[in-house]
Design a protein around this ligand. Sequence first.
Ligand code: AQP
Length: 334
Amino acid sequence: MSKPLRVLSGIQPSGKLTLGNYIGAMKNFVELQKDYECFFMIVDLHAITVPQEPAALREQTESVAALFIAAGIDPAQAAVFVQSHVPQHAELGWIMTTLSYMGELERMTQFKDKSEGKDAVGAGLFVYPSLMAADILLYQANLVPVGDDQKQHLELTRDLAGRFNFKFGETLTVPEPYIPKVGARIMSLDDASKKMSKSNPNAGSFIALLDSPDDIRKKISRAKTDLGREIVFDPKEKPEISNLMTIYSNCAGISLEEVQARYEGQGYGAFKKDLAEQVVATLEPLQQRYREIRESGEIHEILRAGAEKARAVAEVTTRQVKEAMGFLLPSSKR
Ligand code: AQP
């Protein structure tokens, strides 16, 4: 039997996970674990590329891990771990930084977006894509689920792997993007030209996975809508309502055409009310399971075992990389 393909992905503990993270990433993780050898991590080393408050970072890291499990990721199938529990990320991250060119990092649109208008921009934000490349290459991942915003980073990862192999000999797997069958880009509730983001200072712009039913209802009732009153999917002319329809379609498990047909002749008010109930019903079981996981304390053992599994692979790749580059390796007692 051939070896299953490897998939790697991660989420930053940089705030409260949103419905965007769930629909765009976590729901896919649950599907992927059935067919691939998966590594899902909480990327705390990435989160600190912008300032984080220590107590909040600790809490959010544990919370994201518990949400992974609550969403249906099975730690018996996939390795779930915290990035900083596997020190090889930082080590290979540095090596990848030395192989990256200033020019290619300067071209990254995420860096431009996140640094725009800031007086002081951390160097970590600049070399973030080199660390992300290391995350992927460390596991010799074949597939990486990527949203539009991450395509450029994956391209760089592929370039770095190719560059390494050319200079030092075939060592690293060049990963391919995995375009999920389902899922979508969920946009901000106050501006459909921006993606829904957990670090948006306006809490009304996102639905957090742990928001109470009342907060969800309030946020959806206040969500921005377009002129007119028809429920039609037209991202160009009606971006706000199209975004809400995408959320409806994902939560109810029906197509956008079905959503449109269901609300023909009805206004925004009725649609928004039903949408809120769809979101509440989607998140209720997840929130229940989340509370159980947090209360049981089981997450610590899950993360310990996940890191052990990840480390076993990461150690082998790091050793191969260092050997190929000419590092003098410490001798092991045998
Ligand atoms: N709005 C979204 N719609 C669909 N997918 C989304 N993802 C994030 N937001 C949406 C997907 O979630 C995964 C992990 O995201 P991340 O937390 O590592 O970083 P991010 O993409 O930068 O997410 P945020 O919420 O915008 O974080 P901050 O605000 O900290 O930068 C990815 O697979 C992403 O596609």
